[in-house]
Unconditional design. Structure first.
Length: 435
């Protein structure tokens, strides 16, 4: 769920946005919210380090739905983030005010993005503080750790409530980077700093990506009752339950989609591919998403395995990903072990379940908590050979053994992890903090 200018990927949002903007009127706010003492309108400064629209995946995808829910309830939302194309049209369509950061280009695929991320909070703080001279904000809501740094400093500066939303433990993924790129002591220092932000700035509430991340925040001394685990969602309308598995006579397809960063395709994935190909050489591995440098490096290594077959689709609009999943036999999430991956609530696993696709995932603490009893999910060890064996177990198992449970598995994630209920939970929590 990735990439840069994605009008096609995000066109699915447009027809829904008008419906939500119609709910700005106070009459559309449920009576129970008014009865709870929450004011009909709050001015919310929403801070992000990623372009707001079109979303580029990860936390930026979540941001669109969070802002949409805030606006639907009648809140006045000011989005502070990198400059975007068609800003006036986007602001009009979402019913928001945009405050663009214009000093340099920001985004998932911007050059030297990590260095830019380090400097960004300082300038973001100044941008919000300048706007606060004209607009009295009731609450600051930060999206991701990078904007959380600015939000924490603004709490001290402006004296207003702050909610930090962490869609991941950002620096935790750096544990999978080579030590010559980022030495381990530096990684651990960055992680300690990131996870200390709520305590450091004494913020009023935290939305956490998972129960595992909530536990780690609480272990740092932040009050557990001020943490709301909201998990990570998906657009249920874009991932319908497929009619059934592919015909058994067709060569099997093992699929993975996403941004293909360093922690996605490493030693575990390579050994898993080797194990599967040695036993089932007719298998095709399908990679759905932008052909990143990480994916290209992985494919070069995998092509040394005799009989390795693959498909690499390149950029695929979000609304079209489910078609690539529907014709597959198994989905894989061969993440390398790190603090970041343990805390992550992996969106692709949710989408596999929604589609009715059996899957294999390494034993990440956050998703294991949620999916440990799901009949469509197998957990491997952090070992490529074992991961490959679990994939083979799905390929060798008759569909009749698991197909009756597919509908129930899909229904569960659609009821609990669609963006609408997740964002409603997050905004409920934010309104309580605001009130």
């Amino acid at each position: 769920m990735t990439p840069s200018t994605r009008e096609r990927e995000c066109s699915q949002y447009s027809h829904q946005v008008k419906h939500f903007i119609a709910g700005i009127l106070i009459e559309s706010i449920p009576a129970n919210r008014l009865a709870s003492g929450v004011a009909s309108t709050r001015r919310i400064a929403f801070l992000t380090h990623e372009p707001f629209y079109p979303p580029s995946g990860g936390g930026s995808a979540e941001a669109v739905y969070l802002v949409r829910e805030m606006v639907r309830r009648g809140h006045e939302v000011h989005v502070f983030g990198p400059q975007i194309e068609n800003a006036e049209a986007v602001a009009r369509e979402f019913g928001i005010r945009l405050h663009p950061f214009t000093r340099w280009a920001m985004g998932r695929y911007a050059k030297a993005r990590n260095l830019k991320y380090l400097a960004y909070p300082f300038f973001l703080e100044r941008l919000v503080a300048e706007a606060a001279r004209e607009t009295q904000f009731d609450l600051i809501f930060s999206q991701h750790a990078i904007s959380a740094v600015a939000a924490g400093k603004l709490k001290r500066r402006l004296g207003i409530p702050v909610v930090m939303n962490f869609p991941d433990l950002l620096t935790g993924f750096m544990e999978t980077w080579p030590s010559y790129v980022v030495p381990r002591p530096v990684v651990h220092a960055l992680m300690r700093y990131e996870i200390s932000l709520p305590v450091r700035y004494q913020v009023d509430g935290v939305c956490a990506i998972s129960d595992e991340f909530a536990r780690r925040l609480a272990a740092q001394g932040y009050p557990r009752e001020k943490i709301c685990p909201i998990y990570y969602g998906f657009d249920a309308a874009a991932f319908p339950l497929r009619a059934g598995p592919p015909p058994p006579e067709r060569p099997p397809v093992v699929v993975m989609h996403g941004s293909f960063d360093a922690h996605h395709l490493g030693r575990i994935a390579l050994e898993a591919v080797r194990t599967v190909v040695q036993a089932r050489p007719e298998t095709t591995f399908r990679f759905v998403g932008r052909r990143t440098a990480g994916l290209e490096k992985f494919l070069r290594a995998a092509q040394t395995i005799p009989s390795f077959r693959f498909e690499a689709t390149g950029f695929t609009p979000y609304a079209e990903v489910s078609r690539q999943l529907a014709s597959a036999n198994v989905g894989m999430v061969p993440y390398e072990q790190s603090a970041g991956t343990h805390c992550a609530f992996v969106a692709k696993l949710v989408e596999y379940a929604a589609t009715g696709l059996p899957s294999v995932v390494t034993p990440l603490k956050s998703v294991h908590d949620y999916f440990k009893s799901d009949p469509l999910v197998k957990f491997s060890a952090f070992d490529g050979t074992d991961f490959g064996r679990q994939v083979l177990a799905w390929l060798n198992q008759p569909a009749a053994n698991w197909l009756p449970q597919a509908a129930a598995s899909a229904a569960r994630v659609k009821a609990e992890l669609d963006w609408l209920p997740l964002c409603a939970k997050a905004v409920d929590f934010t309104e309580r903090v605001c009130g």
